[in-house]
Every structure is written in structure tokens, then in C-alpha cells.
Design a protein. Sequence first.
Length: 295
Amino acid sequence: MKKIIQCVPNFSEGRNTKTIESIVKAAKEASSAIIADYSWDVNHNRMVLTLLGDSNEIYFSIKEAVKMATELIDLRNHKGAHPRIGAVDVIPLAPIQNTIMQECIDLSYRIGDFIAQLGVPIFYYEQSALNDEHRYLPDIRKGGFESMQNILLEGSRKPDAGPNHIHPSAGASVIGARNPLVAYNINLVSKDINMAKNIVREIRSNKNLLPGLKAISVDLVSIQQVQVSMNVTKPDLLSLSNIYRFVEQQAHLQNVDIAESEIIGCMSKKYLGDMTLDDIKAKNVKPTQFLEEWI
């Protein structure tokens, strides 16, 4: 079987469709890696691209996508609800088929070496972390791009590769190997961000019931709703069905209904659990967002 690594770069652009299409085109034309999915959101002001391929295919595609993003995205003019420190904010790599974690780790360092040559500082996280202070993404991103401007990056903020100051427009990038996760969002029929914050607090206080679930609240100004935005880091232990039930219960306690949910990027069908896409109000999921369509 062919070796397949999943690469899910997150770019800090969700409003300029010309820039988004230019980045995707650069990745597509650089190698035979599969563009399995890409989507963007104006409130998060973020685009998520899913690439599938072997180590070399991923490397050449991400290399050209990063070059394009660094040229076109200026974080000094970027505002959005999602935390970020870079134009190419984070590049996760996960083993999917006939490959092992070490190959993803090696690839992360190869990608990082290239991006560092563009004058962008690199932090290695998760399985690629070179020190424990950089293992977790929220620790690296604390304070966002603005907190890194015009300062020398030292101590716990010293990058693992590249310069000790951020690129003036492209910021810094976080790269690392990790197990597959699912990015899953639930929108609430409410404009009250405190409703979403309450649910996020409940998620964080129920770690035994919701293993590996990370959540933030997001104000979706453009559609006058609020969102519980989540990363399911242990999808083998926690299905989307169980997450939906929990969030629905917490929302109903506040007399709020769920508007819809959304899956960002690709995942295995088995992570859905015992409910259908209709059951969890996932209205816009494409068949190609399931890895089984490609593997």
C-alpha cells in the first residue's frame, strides 16, 4: 500500500478568496499530493487545507503553499476570532496509511528547515517537540501574533529554528507530528457569547467524560450566532455523536438550540459514532471529507 501522511496546514486568511485560491493552486501544482479538502471561515479568518500523500509529495506541496502564503498574507492587517501567530499558523502531520509517527516527525523538521529560510521562526510541537515548553499549541500561541511583535524571542518563547524575532508580516509557524484528530464545530442559535463560554467551561470540567476534547468559544458575527469550536484529539475514544449530545444537553439547560454543526477537513467515518450527519445537523459535509473516499 502507498504511504499516506495527512497534512493539515492552517492559514490565517478566510476572507480574500483570491489569496485562498492562490495558496491552494500552489499546493496542487507542486506535486501529486491529493487536495482532499479546503475550507475557510470569515469569522475565524482562517483557511484549513487537507493534503494526503507520501513524505516527498507533502513536502513539495506545502513548500509552495507556504511561499505563496508568506508572500500574500500580512498579519499586521489580519483580524479574526481564531488564535494565531503566523500567516501559516500551524502545520500538523499525521500518519494515515503504511507509515509511522517517526516519518511524520522527520518530515516536520524538513518542512521547518525550509520555512526558517524564509525568515519565519519555527516552533516544533506535539510529537516533534524539542522541549516540553513547546509541546502544546496553546502555550506557544499565548498572546497571539501581537505579543511577539518587536521583541526578542527568548526563554520559553525562543524558537526551535529560524530567527529569534518574528517575520514582520508572516509571524511564526508551529509544526509537528501528532495522531489524527477531528476539527468539529457546533453553532448555537444565540448571539450571547457567554452561552458558548459556559459550554466550553463544562467541556473543560468534564475531562473524564470527554477525553481529549479541546474547546474555545467563537463569536460568529456574520451570521449572528456563537460557536463552540473543538478539536477532538482522541477520536477513537470520543465520537462526534457523544460530543453533540453533550453540547446539546448543555445548550438546552440554557434554553438554547443547536443551529448546525460542521466538520472541518477530513476524518474517518468511524469517528462519527452512532448518529448520522443529519442527526448532528452537519448540513454541509462533502463525501470527500471522509478519508475512506481516498484510501
